[in-house]
Design a protein around this ligand. Structure first.
Ligand code: BGC
Length: 870
């Protein structure tokens, strides 16, 4: 029987086998060694669910609210519970390692992945990440991977950018959430290094941070893996403590590392290899993947994925999605809408997101949801569940897409939409036939059906093509289009490799020799190419797209040097389509007419998973398309503007130049597959909003430090200088009182009113404890967040979040007392190489957001300086 003892296995493994274990075997799994009964670990993304083995169009999974939405709940217990849900979800995908949570800092609202992380404050992020990991790892069946370590605050040039971060900011802002989670009683089993460099060294080989801080200071015992394609060297990364190169097959290790080890030029290599193999084996042992029979080990990479989520887990997802909605304005007390008053009335849903309602942001955090809930349909359904039939009508009002919408069985906004279907299969959107030749010749090697026209073949190519090197294969996509309207229809292609689109055999888009790249496919897809054609409603048209990888020299010239050869080796394509739209003025007029004939109008605007995504940042903070024009027209021209309810949906702020002119406004972060129900719950008062902003909302981008310092965003000659130091988010506004944010970090209203009273402040040992009584003195049941900010009495500008807690639902007239503990360590600052808290008077302020923290304060004295071990 094969051994399960790590030391024994280390002796039995050959050098070649050890090196195998230090890189992935395929995109998601590690290498097995059947001879010794060693199986393979399966990883899966990511923070918004357990996606399983395909980046796009895989087996459905529970799509949970994004990190920003989770953070907006400020609920430790719910996020811990969500960790348990994600553990169950990862198991349905036969996976032992979840690639989450993301705790990078929302430094600049333009950053593409802000939606995925827990906002701008290290204490909020670190606390919630710890809860998430505790829930996820509690049963021992699934491991967390905290990421991206560290300094990955932008997507621009993310593979090569050097983030120059002053030490104080690095310690207090960027490393801190990682440190909190890793030093907690339930540290994550894995850490994922970021793609970028920090202070001149790529993170996968940044020994000062990986060895000195992570391993030595914080005592991290788990496994360190690279981000996908983020291993930048063979020897240096190994010496720095990067245990596992992901994904596989190996790019920097494998044969290259074997050669180095055999040359025996460095005495420390065998020892370092053993140390990393030990980490991989320990993780395998935790997940019972050692001691297998040869056959079990050989088959351990063939895993069956299912989609199965309990009603209780769905209920928690819905709860978090609703509790993450932030009520920003309710000046006319229009909300909540009493469903009884709506009976037989019409509610208008206006705006590009009103029908569609995106579930999350784009990139690795995106998953194929089990279903989607859309704002308008969900509103009707929730009202119906209360016994009320509401008539709801939709008008898009404005066009806001980044690229032409993907093909869909249900078009993005038009009630009568065109339909696409795979030939002979109404349920699928399209069919892909693969050929083993580069020019679509010969027999069909495999046929696949898809329901998404974003076709990423990096992990979904036929098995026979997923070998190293990738053979020059090609594919033909077929879908049958039945337009619902007669007019000029647009099609588009973005592709990795060459692509062409034909309608009924006629070439419409030639994209095989493109010379410009775009942001699609993690920035190495081609620019979007559009072709238009007059189509007749009700007729059937056959749409073909052909694709193959380009090998010409011209193509290689435009590919950035840093592109991971693995991802760029596969041809991939995104197909877009749009029916002829009315003009912008017509869309606005239609929206106003609809609003005027409705009792209430819910306007859902914002961003979506193509505006906010891994791989690129936004270029500006404005709302895309004609959305600002739409709001302006609605506010100015509607008969009853006080009946307009605005919902802004995004993972990060946009400039809202009209914010002071609307009376009712909600911020809904991406709520996952329950987003629509959650919004309806809040609109109809089933849930009283208790979300609080996890970011500070700027009025104007030009107010932020980045606007006047180009080296601080996005880069100067490949380097981004964090010149604002620790003045990130609210810390910046506190130090620059001439600037006022639109809304402070921590801000959010409720349908009810709460009173807060500090009953007691007691110092004991390493902490101060505030007893805060919260009473519901309003007219609705609801939850309140107690936020505690701390600062030296003489330096109010240095306030920072030091503790928080959330009440359970308080019924009208009831109260509760929360014991909120402030750890002295969380008050300390990084000064000259150590964490210090100077003696003196400190203020603890309790408030709804940073801007309100001075209204209820207590002062406490610290008699002696305190120094905390690094
Ligand atoms: C992302 C990671 C992700 C990995 C695997 C990378 O591009 O940065 O967050 O876990 O891909 O999908």
């Amino acid at each position: 029987m094969a051994s399960t003892d790590v030391d024994t296995l280390l002796q039995q493994l050959s050098l070649e086998e050890k090196i195998f274990l230090l890189s992935g075997a395929d995109v998601w799994q590690t290498q097995e060694v059947p001879r010794l009964g060693i199986g393979s670990i399966k990883t899966t993304d990511g923070p918004s669910g357990a996606r399983g083995q395909f980046l796009v169009d895989g087996r459905p999974a529970a799509f949970v609210p994004s990190g920003a939405c989770q953070a907006a709940t400020w609920s430790k217990s719910d996020i811990q519970e969500l960790g348990r849900v994600l553990c169950r979800e990862a198991k349905t995908k036969a996976s032992q390692v979840l690639l989450a949570p993301t705790v990078c800092c929302a430094r600049n609202p333009l950053a593409g992945r802000n939606f995925e992380c827990f906002g701008e404050d290290p204490f909020l992020s670190g606390t919630l990440a710890t809860e998430y990991i505790t829930g996820l790892q509690e049963s021992g069946e699934v491991s967390a991977t905290i990421k991206h370590f560290v300094g990955n605050e932008q997507e621009h040039k993310r593979l090569t950018i050097d983030a120059v971060i002053p030490e104080k900011a690095l310690r207090e802002i960027y490393l801190r959430p990682f440190e909190m989670a890793i030093r907690s009683s339930c540290p994550p089993d894995c850490v994922m290094t970021s793609y970028n460099s920090v202070n001149g060294l790529h993170m996968d080989m940044n020994a000062p941070i990986l060895q000195e801080i992570l391993r030595r200071e914080w005592g991290f015992q788990g496994l360190v893996m690279s981000d996908w394609g983020g291993t930048n060297s063979t020897v240096e990364s190994l010496l720095a403590g990067l245990d596992l190169e992901m994904p596989g097959p190996p790019d920097r290790r494998g044969k290259l590392l074997l050669q180095v080890a055999r040359e025996n030029s460095r005495a420390d290599i065998p020892e370092v290899i053993d140390s990393s193999v030990r980490k991989v084996l320990s993780l395998l042992r935790k997940h019972h993947l050692l001691g297998l029979s040869e056959e079990e080990a050989r088959e351990s990479r063939t895993r069956v994925e299912v989609s199965s989520t309990s009603q209780a887990d769905i209920a928690l997802i819905r709860k978090i999605a609703a509790d993450g909605i932030v009520l920003l304005k309710n000046e006319k007390a229009i909300l909540p809408l009493g469903s009884a008053d709506l009976s037989g009335r019409q509610v208008a849903f206006i705006g590009p997101n009103a029908l569609f309602g995106p579930a999350g942001g784009g990139g690795a955090a995106n998953i194929e949801p089990q279903y989607r809930t859309h704002p308008m349909d969900a509103f009707r359904a929730v009202a119906r569940s209360q016994g009320v039939e509401v008539s709801a009508q939709h008008a898009p009002g404005a066009y806001s897409r980044k690229w032409l919408p993907k093909l869909s069985k249900q078009h993005w906004s038009l009630p009568a939409s065109s339909s696409f279907a795979a030939p002979g299969d109404e349920k699928s959107l399209l069919q892909i036939d693969f050929f083993a030749a580069p020019d679509l010749s010969g027999p069909i090697a495999e046929t696949q059906r898809r329901s998404n026209s974003w076709i990423d073949l990096a992990d979904t190519s036929p098995k026979e093509f997923t070998v190293d090197p990738v053979p020059p294969f090609s594919f033909r996509i077929t879908s049958v289009l039945t337009p619902r309207s007669t007019g000029t229809h647009s099609f588009s292609l973005c592709s990795v490799g060459a692509s062409r689109l034909y309608v009924d055999g006629a070439l419409l888009i030639e994209n095989s020799r493109f010379t410009r790249l775009s942001e699609a496919f993690f920035t190495f897809g081609s620019a979007e190419r559009v072709g238009t054609m007059f189509l007749t409603a009700g007729r059937q048209y056959t749409v073909h797209v052909e694709g193959w990888i380009r090998t010409d020299a011209e193509y290689h010239e435009i590919l950035p040097d840093e592109v991971n050869p693995h991802f760029a080796a596969y041809p991939s394509v995104r197909i877009g389509y749009l029916e002829e739209l009315p003009s912008a003025d017509e869309m606005i007029n239609h929206a106003i007419a609809l609003a005027d004939e409705s009792e209430y109008t819910v306007v859902v605007l914002g961003l979506d998973d193509e505006w906010e995504s891994e791989g690129y940042d936004r270029q500006c903070l404005s709302l895309p398309g004609d959305q600002n024009r739409l709001v302006d027209a609605l506010v100015r021209r509607c008969r009853r503007p006080e009946r307009l309810i605005f919902v802004h949906q995004s993972g990060s702020p946009c400039e809202l130049p009209w914010a002071d002119r609307v009376s009712t406004l909600l911020q809904a972060f991406y709520g996952g597959q329950e987003a629509g129900h959650a919004l309806a719950d809040v609109l109809l008062g089933v849930v009283n909003p208790s979300g609080r902003l996890p970011i500070t909302w700027p009025r104007l981008y030009s107010d932020l430090p980045f606007a006047s310092s180009p080296a601080s965003w996005p880069d100067k000659d490949g380097t981004v200088h964090y010149t604002e130091g620790v003045q990130v988010g609210y810390r910046y506004y506190c130090h620059n009182p001439s600037k006022q944010p639109q809304w402070w970090f921590g801000y959010g209203q409720s349908y009810t009113r709460f009173s807060r009273t500090v009953l007691k402040l007691a110092a004991a040992g390493e902490s101060w404890t505030l007893s805060v009584e919260v009473a519901n003195i309003g007219r609705y049941a609801g939850r309140e967040v107690v936020q505690v900010y701390g600062w030296p009495e003489t330096k109010p500008e240095e306030r920072q979040l030091v503790a928080f807690d959330k009440t359970p639902v308080l019924q009208i007239g009831s109260k509760t007392t929360l014991e909120v503990r402030v750890q002295l360590r969380d008050m300390a600052r990084w000064e000259d190489g150590e964490w210090v808290l100077l003696s003196g008077n400190y203020v603890l302020g309790v408030g709804v957001g940073v801007g309100d923290a001075s209204t209820l304060t207590r002062t406490i004295r610290l008699e002696q300086n305190r120094v905390f071990s690094a």
